[in-house]
Design a protein around this ligand. Structure first.
Ligand code: BEZ
Length: 269
């Protein structure tokens, strides 16, 4: 296991997103597909054995563990519970706020799967990634992009509006277009080798209500606990005809934003 000093004293580890809890057991039950479907991103990263890689938003470490077979990897996540789950796999992991990363020129690559969309200050995140990378390093990531889970977001917003609640005020997600994120990366100095939106309809392992419990707690938390079952039921009934098949299996309209951005090497004086 790799040891590294505790940092990010300025961060608010575990401060997290209003209403959203990260329960590793629930996450593994309802969100195991997140790491599995992130595996192709490892091929874009193409990790090399001598490389040192930061996994930004490592969650419970399921994908980090695959990465750790191929390079030296350190995971960071805002959730203390998820970091504990990652450490239980034998991984090096630390609690850190993605918007105030405190690493300086020490990674060959920063990798991130299904995490950037929880970080609502993208410029602070990109600035921290830039600082963390060595010259010539790369930032390879995938997150929700424009249009991601739009059908569900809209049905949730409508159900909350019927209760007089503005869902946008509780929205914890940031789903940028490829163009928007490219401009942000370039403004920070990255050369964008590739960036694209990839529609990826995703079959859920359980019900849509389970998905809402796992990923949409910020919205659910806007109503009292006793109202949440009927809210989830209402959203399910609104979407059943569009997103569930005859056997009752749910497929949600995921859209990924995937990119590979390079921090240019330093030029000889
Ligand atoms: C996603 O991975 O695209 C996602 C995660 C949480 C909420 C919505 C989407």
């Amino acid at each position: 296991m790799v040891r590294f000093p505790r940092r990010n004293s300025a961060a608010r580890p575990g401060a997290g997103i209003a209403g959203q809890r990260w329960d590793p057991a629930r996450y593994q039950r309802n969100a195991g597909f997140v790491a599995r479907l992130g595996e192709p991103l490892l091929e874009l990263l193409a990790p090399q054995p001598q490389e040192r890689i930061l996994d930004l938003g490592c969650g419970d470490g399921a994908l980090t563990a695959l990465l750790a077979r191929r390079a030296e990897v350190i995971g960071v996540d805002a959730s203390a519970e998820q970091v504990a789950a990652a450490r239980a796999r034998g991984l090096a992991a630390e609690v850190a706020d993605g918007a105030s990363l405190d690493f300086a020129g020490e990674f060959d690559a920063v990798f991130s799967n299904a995490a950037l969309h929880w970080m609502r200050d993208p410029d602070a995140v990109i600035a921290g990634v830039w600082r963390a990378l060595k010259p010539g390093g790369r930032f390879v990531a995938e997150c929700g992009g424009a249009g991601n889970v739009e059908t569900v977001r809209r049905a949730l917003a409508e159900a909350l509006a019927r209760r007089g609640i503005d869902a946008e005020a509780a929205n914890p997600w940031y789903f940028p277009s490829a163009e928007e994120y490219r401009v942000r990366l370039e403004r920070h100095g990255f050369a964008v080798a590739s960036i694209a939106l990839i529609p990826r309809p995703t079959r859920l392992p359980g019900s849509l209500a389970d998905w809402l419990d796992t990923f949409a707690e910020s919205f659910l938390a806007t109503v009292p606990p006793q109202t949440r079952p009927s809210l989830k039921h209402e959203v399910e009934e609104t979407l059943r005809g569009r997103l569930a098949d005859a056997a009752g299996a749910w497929t949600v309209d995921y859209v990924r934003l995937r990119f590979n951005a390079l921090k240019p090497p330093e030029r000889a004086p």
